[in-house]
Write a protein of this length. Structure first.
Length: 269
């Protein structure tokens, strides 16, 4: 299988290195990644400046490796549309392994998830994978990479719905302490929105984000709880954000009989 790997931590991050080493033993791996850390970049694209691209010497077992000056979304978009040759186009796109969790509504800010989502937008099966700890040792990245190597054959028979990403979070624990796998839904926020107000040496005010971890119900089926219970969380997510349930009510109130009398009657004379 041909696999395109990218991330938001930069091409030299431990996670992308370990993932590439593990998967290149059995697959043709191509890497297109940012030249520096782009965490929390969300799904931004570079529009006002050129994107620099440089091919590096092959490393970590990958067939070919490129770095770009762009965002995680840029990396996947430019890889598919400009960098990779037709014979190199991937069967699967994987973003990660991210250094830190991507759980609950935090995925909206995640460069890792957005990187995979860009693949889904272009019609490719895509996976985002994260190590759910900010202090994970290299051994935990190695375990997470080997988990992905064993995981890929298990999903060969699964037909990814269009617009879908599998968001995987792996606890940073020894293998014997992983208690299982949970198919989950997204939780809510992980942290409170709090900012410390501070004064710099020149007397100017600045703010530092300082949210605290939110406690959640221990019995729900969310990704946050799965990781809390030492399970690998796998959440199918989509960029299809249309809320279809309210469409009939909106049409009834706003588009009834194709009439806009309600609007015209309120226009200023």
């Amino acid at each position: 299988m041909k696999i395109l790997i990218s991330n938001d931590d930069g091409v030299m991050a431990t996670g992308i290195r370990e993932l590439t080493i593990a998967l290149s033993k059995e697959h043709d791996v191509y890497v297109v990644a940012p030249d520096r850390e782009r965490s929390a970049a969300g799904h931004s694209l570079t529009l006002q400046t050129p994107i620099r691209v440089e091919e590096l010497d092959s490393r970590f077992g990958a067939r070919r490796v490129w770095i770009t000056s762009g965002t995680p979304g840029d990396c996947v978009k430019i890889a598919i549309n400009a960098i990779l040759e037709e014979k190199e186009k991937p069967d699967l796109i994987i973003s990660g392994i991210n250094h830190g969790p991507n759980l609950g509504s935090d995925i909206l800010y995640s460069g890792t998830v957005s990187c995979a989502m860009e693949g889904a937008i272009m019609g490719y099966p895509s996976i985002a994978v994260s190590l759910a700890s900010m202090t994970g040792d290299n051994e935990y990245f190695t375990y997470a990479a080997n988990f992905m190597r064993k995981f890929l054959p298990k999903i060969k028979s699964i037909e990814f719905p269009k617009k879908t990403v599998l968001n995987i979070n792996i606890p940073a624990l020894p293998e014997e302490d992983i208690s299982g796998i949970a198919i989950t839904r997204l939780g809510n926020k992980m942290f409170t929105d709090e900012y410390d107000k501070r004064i710099d040496p020149r007397g100017k005010v600045y703010y530092w984000m300082a949210g605290e971890l939110i406690k959640h119900s221990e019995n729900d089926d969310t990704d946050i709880n799965a990781v809390r219970w030492n399970k690998v969380s796998i959440t199918p997510i989509t960029f299809e954000m249309t809320l279809t349930s309210i469409i009939p009510q909106l049409e009834e109130e706003l588009c009834k009989d194709a009439s806009l009398d309600w609007l015209k009657s309120n226009l200023p004379k």
